[in-house]
Design a protein around this ligand. Structure first.
Ligand SMILES: CC(C)(COP(=O)(O)OP(=O)(O)OC[C@H]1O[C@@H](n2cnc3c(N)ncnc32)[C@H](O)[C@@H]1OP(=O)(O)O)[C@@H](O)C(=O)NCCC(=O)NCCS
Length: 175
């Protein structure tokens, strides 16, 4: 595990470093519009950065959402990125675990993610089949829709996840 890493909430002037992180981490995918919109979304998002030697080396966002017909707040994890030269040093895991603590403090106990189960299963995420994505997923992505219950949260209603504007781009769910 890496030792000297500071995790803190992101600040407006972190945006350049955060954007560069996503350019480097997702060479085949343009996540910058989503990243920018989430950074501007204020209280609706938890955004943490990992800092090492004054450089942003990791970033994670969680967006507050709810399930249609339900009252409880839930969260959607993403995006998450760690600078490629520092992969496999525990930065991604540290960001996820720290963000879980922030969510618990915000009384959010249920988290969804669309991501690689081979990675997210290490945190306890399991395939989700009661709450469905805002748009139907391609068949090959079905196993990528996962959830985790963090504390003694009530299980959400069955239904569709209702997401705020930054996540309403259909391409985020289908390509
Ligand atoms: C996924 C990512 C955030 C992990 O960051 P990290 O700091 O390297 O993660 P950690 O050090 O906490 O964990 C690394 C472990 O996860 C594994 N891992 C990383 N990505 C994985 C994946 N897609 N599938 C399975 N395992 C994966 C590594 O092999 C490593 O395994 P080990 O502990 O057995 O050595 C980073 O690889 C990344 O930014 N990737 C590109 C962007 C991306 O895919 N983000 C979304 C994830 S779905």
């Amino acid at each position: 595990m890496i030792s000297k890493i500071e995790i803190r909430e992101s600040r407006p002037n972190d945006i350049t470093g955060i954007e560069q992180l996503y350019v480097d981490s997702f060479p085949d995918e343009d996540l910058l519009p989503l990243v920018r919109e989430l950074q501007d979304f204020g209280q609706g998002v938890i955004s943490l950065v990992g800092i090492r030697e004054k450089e942003i080396v990791g970033h994670i966002s969680f967006t507050f959402c709810h399930v249609e017909g339900g009252k409880n707040r839930v969260a959607l994890l993403g995006p998450l990125a760690v600078t490629p030269p520092l992969h496999k040093q525990g930065i991604g895991s540290t960001l996820v675990q720290m963000a879980f603590k922030h969510l618990e403090n915000s009384k959010v106990g249920y988290v969804f993610v669309l991501g690689d189960p081979a990675y997210y299963s290490r945190f306890g995420f399991k395939a989700e089949d009661k709450v469905v994505t805002p748009y139907p997923l391609p068949t090959e992505w079905q196993g990528a829709w996962q959830s985790i219950r963090l504390c003694d949260a009530e299980t959400p209603h069955e239904g569709k996840l209702s997401v705020p504007e930054p996540w309403r781009q259909i391409a985020l769910w289908t390509s």
